[in-house]
Design a protein around this ligand. Structure first.
Ligand code: NAP
Length: 308
């Protein structure tokens, strides 16, 4: 079937985005064809469109965008028993074909759509959830830990705060701008503003005598001001941003596609253990508007396309 899909033919600002027609084939063995309802945006979508990772080379053929989505299963390929036509699913496609009216996904990277949240919110948990789950797993959260989460009001951070609490952290301190402090309190974090004076503000809230661990979803300035609170940075700090690991001798984490983790996060959302902030929704006909908000870096909740 033919479907409209988001693409860009050259690197640049949101204005380079265009909708193209792509052919979506029948699903092969182990695959599922999904009619997409909503698609979540992530910072990487804006960075790819802007050519941050292009090394100065041009775009040769229109490049597709988008990884996370929510939709309805249309058909399944050979060997797929866990999903059937009509099932509501969420997922994440590794090859960036997610922002389209239809897509092919490996069945292993799908989870049942949590019915407790809206279509928009359910397309906004796969990437942040899998990243938060994987990164926090690397710093081995234990009961009684203090955890500092930089970028706590973002897609990764909001799920990381809630997971850290669920996994036993006693105190979760989250850095975010002031507008997001009430929301951070709601999900169980002690909010702290980032920027000049961060070290002093952290000193006022980091409890004495307990191990401090850290997840960085913000960047080097935040880590520079807070690494002194961690006794064992090499094992207890994980950054999602490039170069922070080399500069501070901490771990680096890259999103690993893991269907079991996706289904675990989806189940926690479905039973209300993790809450999801209602995203800002844009129509698929005007794709640049969503990227304009994404590019600000302060979206206050996720940005989502309503696609079909
Ligand atoms: N390595 C990986 O595999 C991987 C995976 C996912 C994400 N990431 C990266 O991790 C980062 C966060 O991703 P996300 O999806 O959570 O993004 P997001 O939803 O856009 O959230 C960004 C967060 O950063 C905060 N922030 C903005 N400027 C800041 C500053 N100067 N200092 C400290 N915090 C600041 C924002 O706070 P306010 O809005 O409150 O100002 C918000 O909490 C992005 O850079 C993304 O590319 C990496």
């Amino acid at each position: 079937m033919w479907a409209r899909a988001l693409a860009y033919g050259k690197f640049g600002g949101p204005e380079v985005l265009e909708l193209i027609k792509v052919w979506t084939p029948e699903p092969g063995p182990g695959q599922v064809r999904v009619k997409v309802r909503t698609g979540g945006l992530n910072p990487i979508d804006g960075k790819l469109r802007a050519g941050v990772f292009s090394g100065g080379l041009p775009v040769l053929t229109p490049a597709r965008l988008g990884s996370e989505f929510a939709g309805v299963v249309e058909s399944v390929g050979e060997g797929v028993d866990e999903f059937a036509a009509g099932d509501e699913v969420i997922g994440i496609v590794p090859e960036r074909s997610g922002h389209a009216e239809a897509l092919i996904s490996p069945a292993e990277f799908l989870a049942p759509r949590p019915q407790s949240v809206s279509w928009a919110a359910s397309s906004a948990i796969s990437a942040g959830g899998m990243t938060a789950y994987g990164a926090l797993g690397e710093i081995d959260i234990q009961t009684g830990d203090t955890v500092i989460i930089h970028g706590a009001s973002g897609a990764v951070g909001t799920i990381a705060v809630q997971l850290a609490r669920l996994w036993g952290a006693d105190t979760v301190i989250g850095t975010a701008s002031e507008e997001n402090h009430d929301y951070l309190r709601e999900i169980g974090a002690v909010p702290v503003s980032y920027g000049p004076g961060l070290r002093e503000r952290l000193s006022a809230v980091v409890p004495d005598g307990r191990p401090v661990k850290m997840l960085d979803a913000a960047g080097r300035e935040a880590v520079a001001d807070s690494i002194g609170f961690v006794t064992n940075p090499a094992s207890d700090v994980i950054s999602l941003l490039p170069f922070v690991d080399e500069e501070f001798g901490v771990k680096f984490n890259i999103l690993r596609y893991d269907g079991d983790v996706l289904r675990a996060v989806a189940a926690l959302v479905a039973d209300g253990s993790i809450t999801v902030r209602e995203p800002t929704v844009f129509g698929f006909d005007e794709p640049a508007k969503a990227h304009e908000l994404l590019d600000t870096g302060h979206t206050h909740g996720k940005v989502v396309y309503e696609i079909g």
